[in-house]
Write a new protein. Sequence first.
Length: 402
Amino acid sequence: MLKIFRQKNVTKFVLWGLLILILPAFVLWGTGADRGRSKEKGPTFVGLIEGKKVTFDDFADSIVSIRCQVIMNYFNQPEVMNAFLKSKAFIGKLAWDKLLVAREAEKANIKVSNDEVVNFIRNQPIFLRGGVFDDKVYYYVLRNNMGLEPREFEEMLRSNLRIQKYNDLLTKDISVADEEIVAAYEKDNNKIKISYLAFPADNFIDKVKVEDAEIKDYYEAHKNELTAPAKEESMDKAAETTDAFDNVKADIKTFLTRKLSGELAVKSAGGEYDRIMRLMAKENLTFEASAAKLGLEIVESGFFSRNESIEGIGGAGQIADAAAKLKADEVSGVVETEKGTVIFKVVGSQKYDEEKFKEEKNDYLQKTIRPKKAQLLNDRLRKLNDASKVNIDFEDFEKYYR
């Protein structure tokens, strides 16, 4: 890690087998001798940034950088990591965007010191052993999982840190008012209590029958979005297609069953809602009295915030959002939840803890300012993309290197 850092002789015991299990090896396309454009007919360069040609070698370097970043961010979530690494369109677009912003950072003369690179590497979870940086793990991961020499990796990180500094420079003047921070905190931490009717989707599963034809139709419409464990290549394409379908058939059936049972729950709740509203208007009854007269069981919750769960309902986010739009004593419409559908009325509220807010205010400052920064950076990136020109298809960029 940088010339001086590499000379440190730190020897620690590492459970290599455990490391291999946690982080399966990935061959990163675009490194070393594999780099080089196909001699077949096609574009001679990837695109133009500010009128200057972007070579296929430059694009390959950017792809490797993005893939390494995905590995560092998601190495402990292998399914997510694998899905990202398999998405050529995702990797290709991010690689192009990185080149756009890297050019801007270079023009701004952003510098990153060796110490900054070292400190960043030493704090990456992927290189830690027992919470401490382990250079044996570092060299092992670079060699076996990223296919990079330390110098290549470190310069790649220097470029990433330069972009991060440039983004920080662009967004340094963004601020938020105290009222926005309070509003964000209230949204997450104010609590309500409700009386409600629940229509769990599970109650309708027995009424749902998913035919094989429906499963096949769904598969054909969504097969590009579905992933299954990779198998050895087969010369029999028909058998390969059948295997791919069989691998996901049960999952599709479960998904469609839950979807249809959820729709039945919504339909049932809608019918009961109409009956309750008519009875409330006709006999001037409360929500609770109307439900009782119709033989429906009202349940009263305890106090909860939007980030908590309600037994039998699931996450409370949808309910909290709907409650924020209700007037006093107003009955909600039909609200879909994680586990079905509810109709409810707010019967109590609790304001957030003032002392706890003081402790967490800075966290909510960052939470509130983050979307504004992201919006500014996205707008800037959109302008850079509009001013650039791409000659290749990100969906299958590898074909240009064969």
